[in-house]
Design a protein around this ligand. Structure first.
Ligand code: ATP
Length: 313
C-alpha cells in the first residue's frame, strides 16, 4: 500500500447520458482516514459519480480509482457501500438477512450473529431480530442496512445519504455509529444535505455544481473562500480602518467586520478597545456552510426576504 496515495482518486471525469452532460471534468481525491463530504444540490451528479467510481456506470471519460486501480472485486470486501436506493430481502427475518450478508462479507456465521445481536441492541431493535424485514418501519430498515454496510469493518465506507429520513434522535445515533468507524480508522465518503452533519464529521468537502467542483478543500478553506470569518459588533465611537479587518457593514451602533486571514478574533477585539471604541457586543463567527450552500446554488426565496444581519449579544 502506498500510504501517500489517496484512497479515492478522480481526475477529469466526464459523464454524459445521451446528449445530457451530467459531469463535466470533475477531479478530486479522498485521502486515507479522512471523512469526506460529497455535497451538491439535487441532481448535481453525486450518485452518478459514486456509481461510476464503483463500476456501475461506465464513465464517458476520465480516471476513477480506488486504492490506485479501477474498482474491482479485489477491493470489494474492503468496501462498505450504502446506496441511495435501499433494499434488502424483505421477506426474511432481520437476523437471517444480517447473517446472510455477514457471510457474504467473509464473516463466520457466529461472527455475523454476534455482530448482529450487538448492533441490534445498539440501535434499539433487539426485540425485532426475528421479525420479517418488511414488518419494520422505513427508518428501522435503514438502520439494518447501515449495520449490514459496516459489519465487516470495511476500510472504505461510501454512504449515500445515510441519515435521510431519520428523526433527530436516530440521526444522532447513526452519526455516532459512523463516527466510531471513522475513529477506528475507516475512510468515509458521505453524501448528505445536512450541513450540521458535515460540520460534525467531515474534514474536507467538495460542492458539486453543474458537474464541476464549485468548492473543494477543508471546511476552513471553503469558509475562507466564501467570506471567511466575520465579527458582529455593537459599539459606540469610531471604528478605525485596519489591515486586520474590512468593515463590511456599518450602522449607527452596529457593524460587521470581515477578518483578514492572518488576524485573530481576540487580537481584533483588543485593537478595537485599544483605539478607544466602546464595545458592548462582540460575536465572532464563521460563515455557515448553509449560507455558503445557498450562495452557490441560489436562494429561491431570496426575492421575498428582508435583509437581516442576525442578532448580536
Ligand atoms: N441512468 C441515467 N440516465 C439518464 N440520466 C441519468 C441517469 N442517472 C442519472 N441521471 C441524471 O443525472 C443527473 C444527476 O443525477 P444524480 O442521481 O447523480 O444526482 P444527485 O446529485 O445524486 O442528486 P440527489 O441529491 O437528488 O440524490 C440527474 O439529472 C439525473 O436525472
Amino acid at each position: 500500500m502506498n500510504v501517500a496515495q489517496p484512497l479515492i482518486h478522480i481526475h477529469d471525469f466526464h459523464m454524459h447520458f445521451a446528449a445530457k452532460k451530467v459531469i463535466d471534468g470533475l477531479s478530486f481525491d479522498v485521502e486515507r482516514g479522512e471523512t469526506f463530504g460529497f455535497l451538491g444540490s439535487n441532481g448535481s451528479g453525486k450518485t452518478t459519480t459514486i456509481r461510476a467510481l464503483l463500476g456501475i456506470y461506465r464513465p464517458t471519460a476520465g480516471t476513477l480509482e480506488i486504492n490506485g486501480k479501477v474498482f474491482s472485486d479485489d477491493f470489494g470486501s474492503r468496501l462498505g457501500y450504502l446506496p441511495e436506493e435501499r433494499g434488502l430481502y424483505k421477506k426474511e427475518s432481520v437476523m437471517d438477512v444480517m447473517t446472510y450478508f455477514g457471510r457474504l462479507k467473509g464473516l463466520s456465521k457466529q461472527e455475523a450473529q454476534k455482530f448482529s445481536r450487538q448492533y441490534l441492541d445498539r440501535v434499539d431493535l433487539a426485540d425485532k431480530a426475528d421479525l420479517r424485514l418488511d414488518k419494520l418501519s422505513g427508518g428501522e430498515q435503514q438502520k439494518i442496512q447501515l449495520g449490514v454496510t459496516i459489519m465487516n469493518e470495511p476500510e472504505l465506507l461510501i454512504l449515500d445519504e445515510p441519515t435521510k429520513g431519520f428523526d433527530p434522535v436516530n440521526r444522532r445515533l447513526l452519526l455516532d455509529i459512523i463516527e466510531e468507524r471513522k475513529d477506528a480508522g475507516a475512510t468515509v465518503m458521505m453524501v448528505t444535505h445536512q450541513m450540521e452533519e458535515v460540520e460534525r464529521l467531515c474534514e474536507r468537502i467538495i460542492l458539486l455544481k453543474d458537474g464541476r467542483a464549485e468548492a473543494y478543500g477543508t471546511i476552513d478553506e471553503v469558509q475562507n473562500q466564501f467570506g471567511g470569518r466575520t465579527i458582529k459588533l455593537k459599539y459606540s465611537g469610531t471604528i478605525n480602518e485596519s489591515p486586520n479587518y474590512k468593515i463590511t457593514l456599518q450602522e449607527t451602533n452596529y457593524a460587521e467586520l470581515s477578518l483578514a486571514e492572518s488576524a485573530d478574533e481576540s487580537q481584533v477585539l483588543r485593537e478595537l478597545i485599544g483605539s478607544g471604541l466602546a464595545v458592548s457586543g462582540f460575536v465572532a463567527a464563521k460563515r455557515s456552510l448553509d449560507d455558503i450552500f445557498i450562495q452557490i446554488y441560489g436562494d429561491p426565496s431570496a426575492a421575498h426576504k428582508p435583509n437581516s444581519t442576525g442578532p448580536v449579544t
